[in-house]
Design a protein around this ligand. Structure first.
Ligand code: ACO
Length: 443
């Protein structure tokens, strides 16, 4: 077996050490040198490692992608051990409260904070596209009265694809930007229609004189017999901050879905519908809803030890705890706790917060959670704030989907521009029967 390929140029470090990995295949005695770039080896470099001439070559096996980078991305940086989150280099702590959600959405999608004119154009383009086609209303009217709002949002996002067939021209930059404006602009409208449909209330059209979140709150709560709805500015600001915190989180389940579906060159409406479907799951964006249900179920602080016992016995998960990447405090959870104060000053304290704090205290001092490095994630406190703001529990995942749309679109666009990306198509290790034959039919 020959020695593997030469290290790629530039793998020599100044120290004289090579930035490469030497692999010895004990099946054959072959030795291979595999370059390390940016802390990773290329999985395709493993293919040269073969047990025989006819062997396909070595695969890496990584169920649920726990240690596989599927792309290079310049959008969001997370250091899970240090509890750092940065959008395009800016720490989340500096963006939250100082920049509006739409400025952050622009930052994520275009890579820089907008200047004055860029921002004015961006705001114009988003507000210009907040309205939905009248047939979207008819489409939504067809949902059952008790349909989950997230199911309605997922389906309606996909249905938008039929309204904008031009969206299939994903390589045309101008057309692509128009779909970005439409998706960011329309998702609050669709979300509020889903909510009002579930209450049997007439839909409220967007008011383009209002800010993104003030308009959303008006579409949710404005009585149909009044001409205006002025939400409390503290609450629309707090919601805007929540949107900033939820806007992106690199290659999470829903964003990876957006990239996967987008990689087949599907249009962004069906791709974002798929991403929203991934977000709907209780282990992802559906967790905020589950946290509140869990807290309501236990009801009082004296039930906390019983819940912890059930969790430790593996009977259930402590919803809102744990994260694939953060093994230290989720910085978003800290910022949300701070935002809670401003919301409670207006709405009054949500009594679930004391229960959540008591639960957090017990969990953080328990060996089970310490050993597994399980901390509160963004969803542990978000539902409590949303509930205090008057949102019903089943709209919580929708409140996550609205801002995450900008993150999905940023990644979708980055993926389309990336020359290295092809259609996503993982390999498998086949474990089924080798070959079988259908028995001859008895005549
Ligand atoms: N409660 C109890 N135990 C947990 C929890 C939890 N919330 N999360 C992880 N664990 C335990 C697992 O049982 C496992 O224990 P073991 O080693 O004894 O088997 C260990 O911690 C590692 O857990 P994994 O499931 O391997 O971790 P993974 O990275 O796959 O999962 C996830 C991350 C899905 C977020 C998980 O922590 C979880 O289910 N949390 C609850 C749901 C939740 O809050 N989701 C929101 C995530 S944030 C977001 O999407 C915005």
């Amino acid at each position: 077996m020959p020695t593997g390929k030469k290290p790629a140029e530039g793998t020599e470090k100044r120290s004289g050490r090579r930035s490469s990995l030497t692999v010895r295949d004990n099946r054959t005695g072959g030795e291979y040198e595999i370059p390390i770039e940016r802390g990773a080896i290329r999985a395709l470099d493993l293919r040269q490692i073969k047990a025989s001439e006819t062997d396909f070559g070595l695969l890496s096996y990584d169920p649920s992608f726990q240690n596989t980078a599927a792309c290079q991305s310049g959008i969001t940086f997370i250091d899970g051990d240090a509890g750092l989150l940065r959008y395009r280099g800016y720490p989340i702590e500096e963006l939250a409260g100082r920049k509006s959600y739409l400025e952050v959405a622009y930052l994520l999608i275009y890579g820089r904070l907008p200047g004055r004119t860029e921002l004015a154009n961006w705001l114009h383009n988003i507000t210009y596209h907040t309205m939905v086609h009248e047939n979207v209303k008819k489409f939504m009217d067809g949902f059952h009265h008790d349909a989950h709002p997230m199911g309605m949002v997922v389906s309606t996002l996909a249905a938008l694809s039929t309204f904008y067939p031009e969206a299939k021209q994903i390589h045309d930059s101008e057309i692509r930007q128009r779909q970005i404006h439409r998706l960011v602009g329309k998702i609050p409208t669709i979300a509020s229609f889903a909510y009002r449909h579930s209450l049997g209330m007439s839909y409220i059209y967007p008011d383009n004189d209002l800010s993104y979140t003030a308009n959303f709150l008006a579409m949710m709560y404005r009585p149909s017999w009044t001409a205006r709805y002025d939400s409390d500015p503290v609450l629309s600001k707090a919601l805007d901050t929540m949107f900033v915190l939820h806007a992106d989180h690199e290659q999470n389940c829903s964003t990876s879905t957006m990239r996967t579906v987008g990689s087949s060159l599907a249009d962004p409406y069906v791709a974002s519908a798929a991403a929203a479907a991934a977000l709907y799951g209780p282990l992802h964006g559906g967790a905020n809803e589950e946290v509140v249900r869990m807290l309501q179920e236990i009801g009082t602080k004296d039930k906390v030890p019983q819940l912890i016992r059930q969790v430790k016995a593996g009977k259930r998960r402590l919803m809102g705890f744990g994260h694939r990447i953060y093994k230290n405090y989720d910085p978003r959870a800290r910022l949300i706790k701070e935002a809670a104060e401003s919301v409670f000053a207006i709405t009054g304290k949500n009594k679930l917060i004391d229960l959540a704090l008591a639960l957090e205290k017990v969990a953080l001092s328990d060996d089970y959670f310490i050993k597994r490095r399980l901390y509160p994630n963004v969803d542990f406190y978000s539902g409590i704030i949303y509930q205090a703001m008057g949102f019903p529990t089943d709209i919580f995942p929708v409140l996550f989907a609205i801002p995450r749309m900008s993150g999905w679109l940023a990644h979708w666009q980055e993926m389309l521009m990336d020359q290295e990306q092809k259609i996503t198509r993982p390999r498998q290790i086949y474990t089924g029967p080798r070959e079988r034959h259908v028995p001859e039919e008895a005549t």
